[in-house]
Write a protein that binds this ligand. Structure first.
Ligand code: ADP
Length: 479
C-alpha cells in the first residue's frame, strides 16, 4: 500500500518537538508491515543538502509568487518528497516564527501550498506512485483533505492525526481566495471557525478517520476543557476518533549505543549512568549530591508544560537537598524565572536556555528523575525516553502521561510494577507532594533501583502502535 504522509517537521532533519520524532520513526516501523510510506515536507534550509542529492519528480512551476518543484530523496531510512519553493521555506531560524518570535505572516500560504501540492500528489500527479492512502499531521497539513474534497475527483481515503489540538492554524477568511479554495467550504460543518478559517478543523471535517496520540487524550479532547473549541465537532465524529499511543525510536534513544552520550549502559550494567550523572553535574557546574535526586526538565517552556508550577516548587526541591537542571526555551517570563532560580541557587539549579539535542540525551542519561507537570499532554515523549534511560518520570496525570507511567503507590510498589510518580490535581501543592514522594523513594535505594529497572523494561517502541495504524490503514484500504 502506498501511503503519503504530509507534515511540517521530521526528525532527524528538522525538529521543534515531538511531532518530528513521530514522523521520523513511524514510517520505519510501518515498513516491515508492508506499508510503503513517503513523507512530504517543505524544503527548509536544513534540508538543502538533501534537495541537492535528490531527483526532481515534478517541476511544479509558479506557486504563490515563486518557482516550485518536488524533489524525491531517500535519507536515514525514510523516503522523502521535498517541496522546494525557496520563496516560501528558505528562511533562517525557526520554521514557524520570524526573528522577533511571531508567526511568519504568510504561514497560511506556506502550509496551504504544502497541502495543495500534497493533494495533487494524492490525486495521482506522480504516475509511477499512485497513492492509496493519505495520512496528514496537525494543522499544517490540514488543508490536504479540503483540496481533495474541492477537486471533486475520486480521492484516496484520508486520516488526520492530531498531535496537539492547541495549535489550530486559524486565519482570516480572505485566505481562501489566496489559496484558491472555494467559499462553499466556509460552513460550520467545514473549515469555518468563529468567522475565520481553521486548517485543523478542515483536516478533521474532511478526513475519514481522526487519530490522536494517546487513548486518554482521545477522551479528553471530547470535553470542553481540553477540546480547545473543537470538542463539539469531535463529539460529532466520535465514532471515527481513535487514540493510538506514540512510540519511541528505540535505535535513536538507546542508552547502550547512543552516540550522544559518553558512557553507555543498560539495565544489566548500570555503571555508565552514574558517570553520565557526574557529567551532568559538571556541565551545569553544580555541587554533586548522592543522597537526593537530580531532577531534570527537557521541554518547550510554555504554559502547556506547567513549568510555572515547577518554578514555584524550586524551594521544595532545593530544601530537600535535590538538584534541578533544565534545558528549554520559549516563554520569556519562564526563561527569566528559571535563570533567576539558578542565580539564587548556584549549587543546586542549572539552566540552559536553548535547543540542544546532545545535551537533551545527556540529561536523560544522567538525571535520576524527569519532571513533567503538563496541564495537558497529548502523548509526551520525554517520559518515554526517560524510562528507557532509567530516569523516573514525575508526571501530571493527564493525556499520554497518564497512559504511560505507573505511579509508585503502595499497591504498585507491592506488585513490583511502578515506573514513576503521577500526581493530580495539577497544582503546586500536589507537585510538591510528588517531589517529596520522589525524594523518599530515592532514599530507599533498593526500591528506587527496582523502579528504574521496571521503567527500563517497558516496551515503549513502535511495534504495538504500528500494528494499530496498520489495522486502520487496511480497514480504509482493503486489499
Ligand atoms: P512537545 O512535542 O509538546 O514539545 P514531546 O514530549 O512530545 O513534547 O516532545 C518533545 C521533543 O522535543 C522530545 O524529543 C524532547 O527531547 C525534545 N526537546 C524539547 N525541548 C528541547 C530542547 N530545549 N533541546 C533539545 N530537545 C528538546
Amino acid at each position: 500500500m502506498n501511503t503519503l504522509f504530509v507534515a511540517s517537521e521530521c526528525a532527524p532533519f528538522i525538529k521543534t518537538g515531538g511531532l518530528a520524532d513521530v514522523i521520523g520513526a513511524l514510517p520505519k516501523a510501518m515498513a516491515p508491515l508492508g506499508h510503503n510510506i513517503r513523507v512530504m515536507l517543505p524544503a527548509y534550509p536544513a534540508l538543502a543538502p538533501l534537495v541537492k542529492k535528490g531527483k526532481t519528480v515534478w517541476g511544479i512551476g509558479p506557486l504563490h509568487g515563486g518557482q516550485a518543484r518536488l524533489v524525491a530523496v531517500k535519507a536515514e531510512g525514510l523516503d522523502l518528497l521535498l517541496l522546494d519553493a525557496p520563496h516560501l521555506y528558505n528562511r533562517p531560524g525557526n520554521i514557524y516564527l520570524d526573528a522577533s518570535g511571531h508567526d511568519w505572516q504568510d504561514n497560511h500560504i506556506r502550509f496551504g501550498a504544502l497541502s495543495e501540492i500534497a493533494a495533487k500528489v494524492a490525486l495521482g500527479q506522480l504516475t509511477d506512485w499512485p497513492v492509496d492512502l493519505v495520512h496528514i499531521h496537525d494543522w499544517q497539513a490540514g488543508l490536504v483533505s479540503a483540496y481533495m474534497r474541492q477537486s471533486g475527483a475520486k480521492a484516496p481515503p484520508c486520516i488526520i492525526t492530531i498531535h496537539n489540538i492547541a495549535f489550530q492554524g486559524v486565519f482570516e477568511r480572505p485566505c481562501l481566495d489566496t489559496l484558491g479554495l472555494s467559499h462553499d467550504l466556509f460552513t460550520p460543518e467545514g473549515l469555518e471557525y468563529y468567522g475565520k478559517v481553521s486548517f485543523l478543523k478542515a483536516g478533521i471535517a474532511y478526513s475519514d478517520k481522526i487519530t490522536t496520540v494517546s487513548p486518554t487524550y482521545a477522551g479528553e479532547i471530547l470535553e470542553n476543557e481540553f477540546g480547545m473549541g473543537l470538542d463539539g465537532l469531535l463529539r460529532a465524529r466520535k465514532a471515527d476518533l481513535i487514540g493510538i499511543l506514540n512510540g519511541i525510536d528505540e535505535e535513536a534513544w538507546d542508552p547502550a549505543s547512543d552516540p550522544m552520550i559518553a558512557h553507555h549502559y543498560s539495565s544489566r550494567a548500570m555503571a555508565g549512568k552514574a558517570k553520565n550523572r557526574a557529567a551532568v553535574f559538571t556541565h551545569f557546574n553544580l555541587t554533586p549530591s548522592k543522597t537526593a535526586p537530580l531532577f531534570c526538565v527537557v521541554s518547550r517552556l510554555s504554559s502547556q508544560k506547567g513549568l510555572d508550577l515547577l518554578l514555584n516548587s524550586v524551594p521544595e526541591i532545593v530544601g530537600r537537598g535535590g538538584k534541578l537542571v533544565l534545558l528549554g526555551s520559549g516563554d520569556k517570563g519562564l526563561e527569566h524565572g528559571f535563570l533567576a532560580a539558578a542565580h539564587q541557587h548556584p549549587d543546586s539549579v542549572g539552566v540552559t536556555i536553548g535547543y540542544n539535542e546532545p545535551l537533551a540525551h545527556l540529561m536523560q542519561a544522567g538525571a535520576d528523575a524527569i519532571l513533567i507537570p503538563s496541564r495537558f499532554e497529548p502523548c509526551g515523549l520525554t517520559q518515554l525516553y526517560a524510562m528507557r534511560y532509567g530516569t523516573l518520570p514525575i508526571v501530571a496525570r493527564t493525556g499520554g502521561l497518564a497512559d504511560t507511567v505507573i505511579d509508585a503507590n503502595e499497591a504498585a510498589l507491592k506488585a513490583g510494577c511502578a515506573t514513576g510518580v503521577q500526581f493530580a490535581p495539577n497544582n503546586g501543592a500536589a507537585l510538591d507532594v510528588a517531589i517529596a514522594r520522589t525524594c523518599a523513594l530515592f532514599s530507599t535505594p533498593d526500591v528506587w533501583k527496582k523502579t528504574m529497572r521496571n521503567a527500563m523494561a517497558q516496551a515503549n517502541g513502535w511495534a504495538v502502535s504500528a500494528e494499530r495504524y496498520g489495522q486502520l490503514y487496511t480497514d480504509l484500504v482493503p486489499s
